[in-house]
Design a protein around this ligand. Structure first.
Ligand SMILES: O=C(O)CCC(=O)C(=O)O
Ligand SMILES: [Fe+2]
Length: 259
């Protein structure tokens, strides 16, 4: 689906002001069904669950590990949006796209761990770091969302530092953006957010699954982030994840930089 440029400008404004936005209907229902059926099988596969960073709740680094998922990374509807938001012709994909089933049900942002050890590039003008989320079920009804966000919190000094205080966070502007199958949720890495429970008890609603992937506008920011990952012992499962050369090449043909 192509969105009119006026609607796109509203989304850009919402992302800047509130720190998140939802692009409706980026993926077809058929595409969402393909993602779910392939990834659920892998998630339930005991051998897959043993791989570095994987469990019965998460599959790490899916584009490197499962070539059957790479079409998602190359999806033109999503990538047109990313080019627009990042204002570059080749968005930079960060290590490592992950399928998640219920995680991080506490307030956090994606920058606190590296800000805590002294990195500040993500607070400087010019740097954009975005999380994309493709939820594989409608999230409406009782909980009304897949994610809860504290709107506008990305503009404030990091409230989670020192990290020991993170669990005491009280959101000031908590909202639950409604997402339906096929929508693309995008939020700023600095935004305070947490997962909401799934609605899987309801008829017709599957287990709560979301594909999380991250992008930045310049290679130098990705390199700084990867340098942090390789140097910290907080996320040992993120060490040494190197995309296969054919993924790097194929992604480049689709105007996506993978490193
Ligand atoms: O599982 C979710 O919906 C949120 C996960 C999340 O925010 C994270 O892993 O950083
Ligand atoms: Fe997060």
């Amino acid at each position: 689906m192509s969105l009119s440029s006026a609607v796109q400008s509203d989304r850009v404004a919402e992302l800047n002001e509130s720190g998140y936005t939802v692009f409706p209907g980026v993926f077809s229902q058929d595409e969402i069904a393909r993602m779910r059926s392939f990834l659920e099988k892998k998630l339930d596969d005991r051998t897959e669950q043993m791989a570095q960073g994987n469990s019965s709740l998460a599959l790490l680094d899916i584009y490197s590990r499962y070539r059957e998922t790479r079409w998602i990374l190359y999806h033109e509807g999503m990538n047109a949006i990313l080019r627009r938001l990042l204002d570059v012709s080749m968005p930079v994909n960060l290590r490592a796209a992950t399928l998640l089933h219920q995680k991080s049900a506490y307030w956090h942002n994606e920058t606190m761990d590296f800000e805590d050890v002294g990195y500040d590039f993500h607070r400087k003008p010019g740097c954009i770091m975005l999380q994309t989320v493709i939820y594989l079920q409608d999230n409406v009804g009782e909980y009304g969302a897949a994610l809860e966000v504290d709107g506008g919190s990305h503009h404030l000094p990091d409230p989670f530092i020192p990290l020991a205080t993170a669990r005491d966070y009280r959101a000031k502007n908590s909202r639950s953006p409604e997402t339906r199958c096929g929508d693309l949720l995008i939020f700023d890495w600095r935004l305070a957010h947490k997962a909401t429970p799934g609605n899987e008890g309801l008829p017709g609603v599957g287990r709560k699954l979301g594909i999380f992937s991250s992008y930045t506008n310049e290679v130098k920011y990705a390199k700084l982030y990867h340098e942090f990952l390789d140097s910290t012992d907080r996320f040992p499962y993120m060490h040494g994840l190197t995309p296969p050369p054919e993924l790097i090449e194929e992604a480049a043909e689709h105007s996506i930089i993978v490193l």
